[in-house]
Ligand binder design. Sequence first.
Ligand code: UD1
Length: 319
Amino acid sequence: MAVSLVTGCAGFIGSTIVEALLLRGEHVRGLDNFETGNRENMAGFLEQIEFMECDLRNAAAAAAACKGIDFIYHTAALPSVPRSVMDPRTSHDANIEGTFNLLEGARAASVRRIVYSASSSAYGDQPGFPRRENMVPMPISPYAVQKLLGEVYLQSYWQVYGLETVSLRYFNIFGPRQDPSSPYSGVMARFILQMLRGEQPTIYGDGEQGRDFTYVDNVVAANIAAMHAPADKVAGRVFNIACGERHTLNETYRVLAQLLNFNQEPAYGPPRAGDVRDSHADISAAREAFDYHPAVGFEEGLRRTIAWYKQQYAAPAVK
Ligand code: UD1
């Protein structure tokens, strides 16, 4: 039976991919170094996978993790634009060295395909919406550069070594298990937890920046579809994975506040260094190549996400 490796299997997106693969009856190996991943995210499936505690910055460990593997879902990374602005070297080592070591391991192990978690931050602040994959990347933050370099490396390994690679540019993913507790956490997770706790969220900038917020199950479905699509449709290519809608932060705040019965106004702070102003995807390339459709829309995704955070954090005692 084919074996899939999920890097970052204790993370928000990685753990959700593992669950979906297990539901499909697949054999899964997972790796994580717990730098941002959380053991609790694996509680529901730890017994059902082959787990390796492994840091991809270690080339030998990355090579060992690839042995006997057919498919790799590469979600492991040190995320966050502001983290990369504060400490670019640590992000660089994790995101670039880690991806390079994995590619080398995959090449040596004759892995059939790698699907990589790339980032919409690659587009930067250039004009022209919605974003299409043929636009010239203009990354701003170190994180955006790192994620883009990963894509370029994957394309090279396809062209030079024939290793099938696919890059999925995610646009602001949210959903259950996204860590809300760090200053580097995604805005949706932060705002939901703050509202549940009665704390006043802060919007950085004027709140009119737009994001193409995308529920995590859409991303998981895209990963699996991209993994099994014919090579002539996907190998060596880059695809936007989003909802194809733009929501401002002010609007998102209002929707969340309404769903959570939260009556306070937001605080406004200075804009964050490295932030892009707007983000909005054209998702037609993924639709044409592997029939991608965002099955869960913005509001339905928010409802599901809020239900999960309420269960985890709201009662009886706030953690
Ligand atoms: C970026 C990338 C995304 C990537 C993610 C990884 C873009 C368009 N998106 O997301 O592809 O996966 O990094 O971390 O570059 N904000 C607040 N208050 C808060 C927290 C955030 O106002 O408490 C604001 C931010 O300033 C930003 C927006 O919310 O304008 C979204 O921030 P965040 O959720 O961190 O994601 P991005 O940096 O947009």
